[in-house]
Design a protein around this ligand. Sequence first.
Ligand code: ZN
Length: 139
Amino acid sequence: MSLDILLSRLDGVRHTGQGQWIAKCPAHADRKASLAIRELDDGRILLHDFAGCATADVLAAVDLTFSDLFPERGLDAHHHPVRRPFNARDVLRCLAYEVLVVLQIANLLLRGGALTESDHARLLLAARRFQSAEGIANE
Ligand SMILES: [Zn+2]
């Protein structure tokens, strides 16, 4: 992520150690660097403004959100979902089977078969899976 993006949007950034930086807080008129930034080994990013700004306000000032502080995988250490965690190619692989389901039902109808309740429910499930995929696939 986002550590590079975060650092590029802050002023007065100084690297102070392994995985540690300080910078001017973007959420108040900071004359000295009062914002501490820490990248943990698991990829999470911690922010603390020693002048007292809330982390949400610091993030908003640089146009980021809490999800930008977590590494790009399904769940963070606190089991919160991460935005768009999945590789678009993997999403397409997962949806390939859904296309076959839709095709099979279409073939059934083409041969004059009747759509059963369970076929219809399965089509709705496929549609929901396609719709949800757009929200979880990353670039
Ligand atoms: Zn501040």
